[in-house]
Design a binder for this molecule. Structure first.
Ligand SMILES: Cc1cc2nc3c(=O)[nH]c(=O)nc-3n(C[C@H](O)[C@H](O)[C@H](O)COP(=O)(O)OP(=O)(O)OC[C@H]3O[C@@H](n4cnc5c(N)ncnc54)[C@H](O)[C@@H]3O)c2cc1C
Length: 604
């Protein structure tokens, strides 16, 4: 097992220097926090990660969740961690004080999330899903519902889930068929099957509160007829004791990765004795759920960045310890009179390590950018709030997708650094590789995120979101131009802005003609194009802050830390940014080879 899985120095640099959390702490909402208390929370999270998360990562993969005699059994450490997270206030960290939360800035919660996820990603999910479900109740439920469910969810006594997916309704939630029949007492009788439900069933909590999408009898077809319900595993009786609510675990999906997390097939109302309670407005369930999706999608991007980070430190340690071959400068492979060198000294291995660093730290910085926008939204009103929302909406599909897709590439590259050992179960890279693979699938696949980016976000309000993003990039270019060393990179990014306009002008002609097949056929290529540029923006921001620290001598980290940031930015601009040219060429090529009249091209 590697010794290091995350960088506390890097997360503090991102919080305080690049994304300026401190400027938000004067607000009334965050008045209990200052830079020192935030750092204390981060250091405590690292301590918790070191003791309760990281040591169990491999063991929990080897002893995964299993379905036995109608129950899903999970590793005992799940219970321990849920209890500790509840006691420390970590499950409801960002919640309002009135709901028992700490009103922690979302950026700080993302920072602790990064640390714990890098330490043991499937274990973090139990608390994460509970927080997501509780947040839906506090946002859209009644006061009574919040009082009945949320305190016990946040203190770790009860768990929570998000029950959307059904066998016939995955990406297309408009096809949900789970049913809710109104009862005289205001409750609803529930029936249906939900699959792939993360943390969906286990014995580590006394009750599980499912946030459940279903159609009320007679509701319109499609997305406008879906409502949101609280469906507890156990109903709460008038005297506060619990009774079965006819929610059964029908199985646990055995998976490629994240094997420690229960992924349940749940059956509701098999014995006609399952009840749920409406949350929010009838037929607005999907809209309520989607209002929460920004947070959930940032979380998935963050999880991917965290796994990519842990994989980077594991590969780096291996490269620093593994002797193999000779340095090119001392005769290369043939000169056996020279002792072997460590593989970190081979340029190709360094290239792979720098790719891992560039992707994982670039992705993490983007997640912090988005987390800051969530915080700005929570402490502002009017235009400022609307502006933050516009930019967040624009960035969210990229925040979800870049870390998931390029994080997977970077972990695979890390596995390559271990040679044959990378493929073996004794080393952690294969586990990171398996775990990160899900990120591009759940919470909206890459295909769905790409359609969202091009088909909705980039064109909404006549491209206002895209313009807002481009203004931010221009601000970063201007700041970088203060330093001669950074000017060439600022110029490259400026050139990419022009390419974005060129690509959009080309694509928009199809949208204006109503030819959506052609407009959106290469949405995933557009995602690659746009997200590569967006991460370039993040790297220029990080390099500018690093340069500023080095020039002013106002260093909170070592000089090497800042120098490595500038170096990695240069690496990103040399090795990754040119990839936009190939994506652009594909997008601008007017041959449409994927829009098929029939399937004959694929059946040969
Ligand atoms: C480990 C795990 C945990 C999960 N946790 C949860 C959970 O807690 N709660 C929950 O509700 N769900 C959960 N899911 C479900 C997950 O969100 C779905 O698997 C996902 O939404 C995709 O749905 P699907 O599997 O039915 O794939 P499909 O929707 O069938 O998609 C298959 C392929 O077709 C593509 N595709 C589909 N529609 C389109 C389209 N219109 N245009 C272009 N391409 C398209 C997709 O991009 C994908 O590549 C989980 C899944 C897994 C594997």
């Amino acid at each position: 097992m590697a010794d290091k899985y995350c960088s506390v120095e890097n997360i503090k640099f991102l919080l305080h220097e690049v994304h300026d959390l401190d400027s938000l702490l004067d607000s009334e909402r965050f008045q209990d926090f200052d830079a020192e208390s935030i750092d204390f929370i981060i250091d405590s999270s690292k301590d918790l990660g070191d003791k309760e998360f990281f040591p169990y990562y491999q063991e929990m993969d080897e002893k995964p969740a299993v379905f036995k005699d109608g129950e899903i059994l999970v590793h005992p450490q799940v219970k321990n961690v849920i209890q500790k997270s509840g006691e420390m206030g970590l499950i409801g960290g960002t919640f309002d004080a009135e709901h028992g939360g700490m009103q922690l800035p979302f950026m700080a919660a993302s920072a602790t999330g990064y640390i714990l996820t890098a330490a043991n990603n499937p274990l973090v999910m139990y608390g994460g899903l509970t927080a997501g479900a509780a947040h839906l109740i506090t946002s859209f439920g009644t006061k009574e519902q919040s009082e009945m469910y949320v305190p016990k969810m946040l203190n770790g006594e009860w768990g929570g889930t998000m029950c959307l997916t059904e066998p016939q309704a995955g990406s297309s939630l408009s096809d949900i068929t789970s049913a809710a029949i109104p009862q005289a007492d205001g409750s609803y009788k529930i029936t249906g099957q939900k699959i792939f439900i993360s943390s969906g069933d286990h014995q580590c909590v006394d009750n599980i509160i499912h946030l459940f999408l279903a159609r009320i009898e007679g509701a319109p077809a499609g997305t406008k007829g879906i409502s949101l319900f609280i469906v507890p595993k156990k109903r709460i009786k008038a005297d506060g004791t619990l009774e079965s609510n006819d929610v059964k675990a029908a199985g646990d999906f055995q998976k490629l990765g994240q094997r420690a997390n229960a992924t349940a097939h749940l059956s509701f109302g098999e014995e006609d004795n399952c009840y749920g309670w409406l949350v929010g407005t009838e037929n607005r369930g999907l809209a309520h759920m989607f209002q929460m999706m920004n947070g959930a999608r940032i979380d998935v991007g963050l999880n991917a960045a965290s796994i990519a980070s842990a994989a980077y430190y594991a590969s780096l340690q291996y490269a620093q310890e593994r002797p193999q071959g000779r340095k090119l400068s001392t005769g290369g492979r043939k000169d056996v009179s020279q002792g072997q060198t460590l593989i970190i000294n081979h340029p190709d291995v360094r290239r792979m390590l720098l790719l891992q660093k560039a992707v994982s730290e670039g992705a993490l910085s983007l997640c912090m950018e988005a987390s800051r926008l969530v915080d700005v939204q929570s402490i502002t009103e009017g235009k400022e709030k609307a502006d933050a929302n516009l930019l967040l909406e624009m960035l969210t599909p990229i925040v979800k997708t870049y870390p998931s897709e390029m994080g997977r590439v970077s972990v695979s590259t890390g596995l390559q650094i271990l040679g044959g050992y990378g493929f073996c179960l004794d080393f952690p890279l294969q586990q990171y590789y398996r775990d990160i693979r899900i990120m591009a699938l759940y919470e909206g696949t890459t295909g769905i995120q790409s359609l969202d980016l091009l088909g909705r976000k980039a064109t909404a309000q006549n491209g206002k979101g895209l313009m807002a993003l481009m203004t931010e990039v221009q601000n970063a270019i201007q700041a970088a131009n203060t330093y001669d060393e950074l000017k060439p990179y600022a110029k490259i990014l400026g050139g990419k802005m022009k390419e974005v306009q060129e690509v959009m002008q080309y694509l928009i002609q199809y949208a204006m003609k109503g030819d959506y097949d052609k407009f959106l056929a290469d949405a995933s290529i557009f995602m690659e194009f746009a997200s590569t540029i967006v991460i370039g923006w993040q790297w220029l921001k990080m390099a500018t802050k690093s340069k500023e620290a080095l020039v002013t001598g106002n260093l909170t980290q070592s000089a090497e830390f800042y120098e490595s940031k500038v170096h990695t930015m240069k690496f990103y601009f040399k090795y990754e940014m040119p990839k936009t040219a190939s994506a652009k060429e594909t997008i601008l090529n007017p041959e449409f080879l994927t829009i098929l009249e029939s399937e004959k091209e694929l059946i040969m």
